[in-house]
Design a protein around this ligand. Structure first.
Ligand code: MLT
Length: 272
């Protein structure tokens, strides 16, 4: 784990392997360890980066509202500071990580070599969802991460995962408890503010992979299929039996699908 000063915050970043860079962007309110099985697998052939976003895991926190654009700027700055941008980047985001990937696409499309959208949505929040975020931010500031453990943990994995994979539940709970209360609140408020990214889908300049969980209640597969259909060059995959946390719930299946995609990407030509 390396610590890097990025845009005024101390970011903890797992960096492993050599080769073309792939950045894994975690969901809310988690950290880079949700990608443990992917870091182990793909660092054999690629340079894998898995940051703890500001406010999460072992990274520093900034108060107030942290927008999805701010997180995307952090990723761009991180890539520039490590000299990775010339080769083109694959950005792989899950859920909130996907919202961040959309903002990366909006501002830094020229840097993208591939885009992987897991268990996420292009639409902005409904008014009701936004109100829930405000309530969550207030509650977390008063009571700490217990609130997200209560409200979110039951929704993150499928029923079969809940029954058969207590290890997965324990890891998710630990990640939530490691996040700072202010970091959770700031990202919740940032998600409430995020713009609708549907119009961006037609502009994706690179191959894309869209991965859904068959039993995901938070990012329904039907909505993700519509999203994939709107991207010019996208593959769409549904992982059977998985809920919202496909890379943790079904790591072998997830890695097989992602591996096929990553190995299909041509190296970037010198012209870009
Ligand atoms: C996540 O997994 O990142 C969250 O479900 C995103 C959200 O709350 O919209």
């Amino acid at each position: 784990m390396q610590r890097l000063q990025i845009a005024g915050v101390d970011l903890a970043v797992e960096i492993q392997g050599r080769g073309r860079p792939v950045i894994f962007v975690h969901g809310f309110p988690l950290d880079h360890t949700m990608w443990e099985a992917q870091v182990a697998e793909f660092s054999r052939d690629f340079q894998v980066l898995a940051p703890d976003l500001r406010g999460f895991g072992a990274s520093g926190t900034t108060p107030g509202v942290v927008t999805m654009e701010r997180f995307a700027d952090d990723l761009a700055e991180l890539s520039h500071s490590l000299g990775l941008t010339a080769q083109g980047l694959v950005v792989c985001g899950l859920s909130m990580g996907g919202y961040i990937a959309f903002q990366f696409l909006r501002k830094y499309a020229a840097l993208l070599r591939g885009l992987v959208l897991c268990n996420t949505r292009a639409a902005a929040d409904s008014d009701e969802a936004r109100e829930n975020r405000y309530r969550l931010a207030n509650a977390v500031r008063q009571e700490g991460p217990d609130v997200v453990v209560r409200q979110m943990l039951p929704k993150l994995v499928s029923e079969p995962t809940r029954r058969e994979r207590p290890d997965c539940i324990a890891r998710l709970e630990n990640m939530m408890r490691r996040a700072s209360s202010e970091g959770i609140a700031a990202a919740a408020l940032g998600m409430a503010e995020r713009p609708d990214s549907s119009a961006l889908l037609a502009t994706v300049p690179c191959p894309a992979l869209v991965i859904a969980g068959e039993l995901d209640q938070l990012a329904p597969p039907s909505e993700m299929r519509t999203m994939a259909d709107a991207i010019p060059d996208a593959r769409f995959e549904i992982i059977a039996g998985a809920g919202h946390m496909t890379p943790m719930e079904k790591p072998q299946e997830f890695n097989r699908i992602l591996g096929n995609f990553l190995h299909s990407l041509e190296p970037r030509s010198p012209q870009g």
